[in-house]
Design a protein around this ligand. Structure first.
Ligand code: BES
Ligand code: ZN
Ligand code: ZN
Length: 489
């Protein structure tokens, strides 16, 4: 999709279709030229409501207000409605800003176009794609504004980068497990590293054994695909901060010997969403050329069954020497992350350490399908994640640790158990388990984000398609953009 920004007024631009955003149900605004027809079509202008007036070549969509959080899903919903309609290649739209000098809504609009146009048609014989090739953005405003051509162009460019990286993540997550396994991520990472000049180190079984990552190795033992840990690095000169990102990359989670029931196993190709988000973040950060050093660690493993499988009752020794009693092989993500978190801390002394994982069904039960849970020992850091997520159009809520839940992970025969002895608070106990693998130096710098809910949802929601959403990418790129600008954090 190409974006052109122009000073020409909308009515002088030739296009197949004009997109009009109706703000706050205000059908009386001068930009709404087809009020009578819209009323006839029962269009109220509610958020994400779409009305295509075919004969007028106008596509209307409602947004509650002019802020990015409303514009992004509105534009995505509008563009999504064109999927499969071949004749709309070239569309035009005015400029919408929430404040005369703020370009955030312009960026949100570009994100909405790219996110909404996403389709995953790889496995379809009849491919129904988004026809739009060019979007012409006129600087003619919904309201008067002072945004220059350069500012608008930068906002659009940055929006395109972040949204394309999100789509890149979506593609990985949506790919079926027989076609995407740890080695596939190795190939992807090497290709990306070559294209963007990133460092890329891959640990194979031998290297993982040498690094004593026995918990991760146990999880991967029954798979025909060898596990891999991948370290991608982006190192600009004089970076303002150093950040490590760790991702759970279970290319399939059958549950292992504690086998998942059939219904629960479906969609477990998406258990690689954490690692897939991290590689998407690396892509965006490098393309944006941010002034921070960023390391991405991907723990790629397949959790399967077989004669060689790890078992409930096994005791594993993690990289940091702690012993873990396995009581459920389906609580495998935390075992993989335990070792990768230790490895990340050994390799890089970071100012911030974040991990992303589809870690628990309990997180989905607790906060619903659309929200991630953020955990850690630093309130300020958790708030920062939440705030930046909100700006980026993602929802994250803090789930606070407490010492009572911590005690539920005690084991009789090892240092810790991989599941808690209570049925409740499963997202928090998983976070507390991970905390056992964070050094004292990193305790206040670490946040864990459980993306089990939003990473993969089997229906359209806001700017997200059915299937993989790319959860985590937009919020973290925003957060890292703020660290790259700011010296105070
Ligand atoms: N990958 C799952 C968590 C999950 C569930 C992600 C649903 C997305 C949607 C994880 O490995 C898992 O199976 N967790 C168990 C933990 C339990 C055994 C303590 C769970 O949540 O049931
Ligand atoms: Zn599991
Ligand atoms: Zn899992």
């Amino acid at each position: 999709m190409n974006f052109n920004i122009t000073n020409s007024p909308l009515n002088e631009i030739k296009a197949d279709l004009e997109l009009v955003i109706v703000i706050d149900k205000n059908l009386k605004h001068p930009t709404v030229k087809d009020r009578k027809l819209l009323k006839k079509a029962n269009f109220s202008g509610a958020q994400n409501e779409v009305c295509h007036l075919v004969e007028k070549n106008r596509l209307y969509v409602g947004a509650d207000n002019l802020k990015g959080a409303a514009i992004r899903p509105a534009v995505a919903s509008a563009i999504r409605s064109l999927i499969g309609k071949k004749s709309y290649k070239h569309i035009k739209v005015a400029t919408y800003v929430s404040h005369p000098r703020c370009s955030a809504s312009i960026r949100a609009m570009a994100e909405g176009f790219v996110l909404g146009a996403y389709t995953f048609t790889e496995y379809k014989s009849q491919k129904s794609k988004c026809p739009v090739k060019t979007v012409e953005i006129s600087l003619e405003g919904y309201e008067p504004h002072e945004i220059s051509m350069e500012t608008a162009a930068r906002a659009v460019h940055n929006g395109e980068i972040v949204a394309s990286a999100t789509n890149y993540t979506r593609n990985i997550v949506n790919t079926p497990p027989d076609d995407f396994y740890p080695e596939s991520m190795e190939k992807k990472a090497k290709k990306l590293a070559k294209e963007l000049g990133l460092g890329c180190k891959v640990l194979d079984i031998k290297a993982l054994e040498k690094e004593k990552m026995n918990a991760l190795l146990a999880v991967g033992r029954a798979s025909r695909h060898e596990p891999k840990v991948i370290h991608l690095s982006y190192k600009p000169k004089n970076p303002k901060k150093v950040i490590s990102l760790v991702g759970k990359g279970l290319t399939y989670d059958s549950g292992g010997l504690s086998l998942k029931p059939g219904d629960y196993m479906v969609t477990m190709k998406a258990d690689k969403s954490g690692a897939s988000a991290v590689i998407g973040m690396m892509k965006a950060i490098a393309e944006l050329g941010l002034d921070i050093e960023v390391h991405g660690f991907l723990g790629m493993v397949e959790n399967m069954i077989g004669g060689d499988a790890y078992k409930p009752d096994d005791v594993l020794k993690a990289k940091n020497g702690k012993t873990i009693e396995v009581r459920n092989t389906d609580a495998e993500g935390r075992l993989v992350l335990a070792d990768v978190l230790c490895y990340a801390q050994q390799e890089v002394k970071a100012d911030y350490l974040f991990d992303f994982a589809t870690l628990t069904g309990a997180c989905v039960v607790g906060v619903g399908h659309y929200t991630s849970g953020v955990m850690g020992h630093c309130e300020e850091l958790k708030n920062m994640v939440r705030q930046q997520a909100k700006i980026a159009g993602e929802m994250v809520t803090p789930l606070d640790f407490n010492d009572y839940l911590k005690k539920t992970l005690k084991s009789d025969i090892a240092d810790i158990c991989n599941i808690s002895n209570t049925r409740y608070g499963g997202a928090i106990t998983a976070g507390l388990f991970l905390s056992e693998f964070i050094d004292e130096d990193h305790k206040e710098k670490w946040a864990h984000v459980d993306i089990a809910g939003p990473a993969f949802v089997e229906h359209v929601w806001g700017e997200n398609p059915s299937g993989a959403s790319g959860a985590g990418v937009r919020m973290m790129v925003r957060l890292m953009e703020s660290l790259s600008r700011d010296n105070t954090h």
